[in-house]
Design a protein around this ligand. Sequence first.
Ligand code: F6P
Length: 512
Amino acid sequence: MVSELHSHAARLDGLDLTTLAAARSGETLDACGWHIDLARQKLDAEADAALLEFAAERKISDGISRMFSGAHVNVSEDRAVMHWALRVPPEKATGPAEDVQASLEPVMAFAEKVRDAKVLRGIETVLHIGIGGSDLGPRLLYDAFSQTHLGAIDVRFASNIDPMDLERALDGIDPATTLVIGISKSFSTEETKYNLDRARDWLKKSLGDKWSSHLAIVTANPDKANEWLGIQSDQLFGMADSIGGRFSLWSAGSLSCVIAFGSDWFKALLSGAHAMDEHFRTEDLKTNIPVRLALIDYWNMTLRGVESEMVLAYSNALRLLPSYLQQLLLESNGKQVSPDGTAIPARSIVAHWGGEGSIGQHSFHQWLHQGTSNLAAEFIIATIKGSEPKGTASLIAHALAQSEVLANGYRDDDIAKEEPGLTPEIAKQKVLPGGKPSMIFACRDFTPETLGALIAMYEHRVFVGGMLWGVNSFDQWGVERGKKQAGEIREALVEGKPCADPITQGLVTYFS
Ligand code: F6P
């Protein structure tokens, strides 16, 4: 089947994207408040049908059923993958989903008590300490809704081990009106423990014995957390083992945001994600959004040699989406072997990066239009009802224009018609080759529900991509080696121990 797909890719390679896209006009999918336009791809009906056959061959439907049944689809860690269970409405949760779902109850109750000043009266700031999945999701959520919840409790984030990150977060805040929340699934992440140590000292220094009431911890490792706390705390919240870090924004990991925006807001986010779960679980492959998107990823990245994928958020509320997706997509599918240890036969996911439109147009879009890289893009256009109409119309216009120009370019004959009289040298420099595929994700009512659906859509697309590439999307062995190496180099820096690598040794000497 893969060789048949390669033949389709070769057959379509030389064809003009504008012509192919015109024939695919109307190739759209709608679900959960999102309208997705798939027309501008180097695909035709035959290639689409072959991709769907490939999905059937890879037993994608079985994989989907297995995940929703609680089977151990995270094979290398022998775990179920249950983030979807956090989104099941409590009255519908059964079996293993019930326990996972029940973990949210105390979180929402605590958040409401803080909001109503029933505990910790006078909290004005939450300091959220975590990294990776324990930071990027809540950071995205807070940034997306802080402007529509003016007057909410302020949330600050510290994640980096660079001492300045915490110092910036602490700047101007008062321990007496601050709740520090430490999020770490493993409770062994160096960066988070370093920042928590410092934050605890900061609380102790001004609050004395009362420090512990200004601290809450979310973890799947309560023993380690209790050992670190050194006292019995009733502000310790659990995270199930079956919730991967980068899938944890639906869990107690978002406590800071639930405190800022309330449990109704959080339930709305979960319900939007659940709607996408139901779409993914029940829809035919042909109209199943995460499946179709993962097939296009496979088409572009593996079969067509696209070198990087741009995520262009035409939505100020979603300006952090590209960095959130980098962890979700790349930590999940940036792998080269299957769970049985054999090398996968073809290239898996490529670099994803992006930014906020229209700001990027005045920066890296020059490269998108005239650079020599083979790339694909996705435009996320999400507007908020009632937002200022003139700016909103321009924002949409710019996004649509970029997608159009990436595909259609600006060719010699257009230039001759529109700008006659240019010198040949200048005319050549104005040429935009076009031929660059993009997808458009459009949402006319950006809300917690539609954001929940969008993130769940990306999560399921990642899972399907993993099945197509033959990798386990739910582990991350590759990040461990660097952590171990850093431990040894720290000893060299602090204790003067020698380093095995001469280049590192030279730099250690420089910093010592
Ligand atoms: O180092 C990678 C990683 O394990 C991510 O997968 C995870 O989201 C992050 O570190 C933080 O881990 P924890 O929540 O256990 O502190």
